[in-house]
Ligand binder design. Sequence first.
Ligand code: AMP
Length: 401
Amino acid sequence: MPFSGLGLSEPINKALSELGFEKPTPIQEQSIPIILKGKDLIGSAQTGTGKTAAFGLPILQRIVPGKPFQCLILEPTRELAAQVEESLKVFSKHLGIKIGLIYGGVKYGGQLKMLESGAEIIVATPGRLLDHLNQKNLSLKGMDYLVLDEVDRMLDMGFLPDVKRIVQNYCSKERQTLLFTATMPPAIKTLTGWVLNDPAIVEIGQNRSAAETVSHAFYPVVERQKYKLLIELLERTHFESVLIFTRTKFNADMICRRLERLNHSVVALHSDRSQSERTAALKGFKDGKYEVLVATDIAARGLDIAGVTHVINYDVPLHAEDYVHRIGRTGRAQREGDAFTLLTEDEVKNAAAIEHFIGKKIERKKLDGFNYMYSALFNAQEKSAAGGTRSRLFGRSGRGR
Ligand code: AMP
């Protein structure tokens, strides 16, 4: 079905065709008609499936220009909030609707000015929004639409109490509520019980499947050679842009510094960097100023970074779910992407958990010609391979790409 069949208005369809959006994605096709009818909705879809337009387009269509604070969209991170605001601005360019952004880590002045101007839509992270609400800088009593986005991430980050406080104490009861989440742990089920009113449920694909357009590989290696293998992988890969994930901020900074010395254009993104540094890093990476972004999981959820050709996990994520979010940064909107994960012996358990979570085996690859340092484990692998049994670390070996 083309977008024109979904009942969206002319200015919105015009913006979509200027963006080159031809057909709605499945979550858009199913959610937009329900939201346009005014029903509450729970949308369950993995990141990168077009969720922002799925809730953004029908809300933009129903907004009455000039009435302040009609819609509140809550996001777990500043980056996601900024990204959603930016997308909504593009979708609404022919509508003349004001969209305001609220997040912490920056001064209040600009946000107060925006609030005085009475933006119709507010995109916010919970903590700073609560500050503004407590200080009575805005009222949400006349609000018509509430969107809780990436709710499982909000739960992970400990934001659910703030979200509850915002909804219970400050939001209009006469509203349409849309909740989006990739997974549905029990704490979210409880929330949906009282936040939503007889919601329709739209579930796209398997919650647990990793993006289908991504090819995955584990690269087993001994701890001491991890960095060297990373460099070899980078050298042999024809990437346009690559996102490297690390478990710690320390490793993110370390890799960033070392890649800089090798003349890569590289930047780091993690929560110890100031907000202006984080914004500049993300913008620089999106604009192509940096070809490599080294990030902790702060960047893993939902961020839309177009054209990421490769994701490299320097560490296997501790939570299997994070793997899906990390590799969700590549292969977005049907583009092809590769996801490499370096795997050391003490991470074998985490790797197995990921395979269990996504429901498929991830191929083990060896980089041809790399001077592998063989640990006892690798010797065991060779022996077992010679004996025809499957090794613990390696499946079949493959070429690095
Ligand atoms: P989201 O899940 O909202 O972050 O969107 C993921 C990416 O898909 C973004 O780059 C969107 O601009 C893009 N996108 C969303 N909907 C469509 C569509 N119907 N056609 C083409 N690209 C889309």
